[in-house]
Design a protein around this ligand. Sequence first.
Ligand SMILES: Nc1ncnc2c1ncn2[C@@H]1O[C@H](COP(=O)(O)OP(=O)(O)OP(=O)(O)O)[C@@H](O)[C@H]1O
Ligand SMILES: [Mg+2]
Length: 260
Amino acid sequence: MNEVTLSQAVSPPVDSSGVVITVRHLQKSFGDHVVLRDFNFTLQAEENLAVLGKSGSGKSVLIKCIVGLIPPDAGEIQVLGKNVPYLEHEELDILRRDLGFLFQWGALYDSMTVRENLIFPLRKHSDKTKQQIAQKVEEVLESVGLPEAVDLMPSELSGGMKKRIALARTLMLEPKIIFYDEPTTGLDPVTAKEISELIREVQQQHQTAAIVITHDMECVKITADRVILLSDGINYAEGTYETLRRSNDPTVKAFFGNND
Ligand SMILES: Nc1ncnc2c1ncn2[C@@H]1O[C@H](COP(=O)(O)OP(=O)(O)OP(=O)(O)O)[C@@H](O)[C@H]1O
Ligand SMILES: [Mg+2]
């Protein structure tokens, strides 16, 4: 490995402008079904970005392209300075250590205690000692407000608690960017609000950036520094919650309704 390559490998993952994700002219179709037509955005370090869009508009496809789970047809995807579509499997694995996921389909392992679930992601790549890992478990459970749950089984947890533990598991690897796909779906309004507030707290405590995909406007209001509406395969509208809420555009209004 020559010096240039080495210095690139260890260079700070945030570029000088503080951008952690750049997506340009992203296109993705399945057969003749165009899902993403020309999607563009950047994500700043420590920024929470909410992505709104109708069911089937391509929000999950967008995230899967960004994290290298599905290849785009065209366009540029840079994550923490890496050119995602061109990464080898191993390089993707390394990049993903800096990414946290709280996905729609993410679940805890039912046969493991909370502690075992939390330690599980560290099995492959961690230079931490047993004691450091035990400390980390305590710290992340504290972060999500559930220190007493450490020896419980998932079956003993409510839906909201499961989400908290799933988020704690994500925090074990100290991600720089967290992807939340519908974090409040299936929760009652009170628990949903608590999870949204937790997403905000995590951003502040752990200085993470995040993409939050959601239909829950209260979640958008609480978690998002900026909002993008994905419609017709493009970033149709973009702004803060407040600016989009005041928009007169019918497509935007359809999401915000009478939301205050
Ligand atoms: N692997 C795939 N093969 C074929 N079509 C797919 C595939 N993945 C997604 N799609 C299609 O792409 C479109 C967008 O799907 P996506 O899951 O991104 O929607 P979404 O915006 O996340 O919706 P929801 O809010 O319901 O989760 C859908 O029409 C879906 O059927
Ligand atoms: Mg989805």
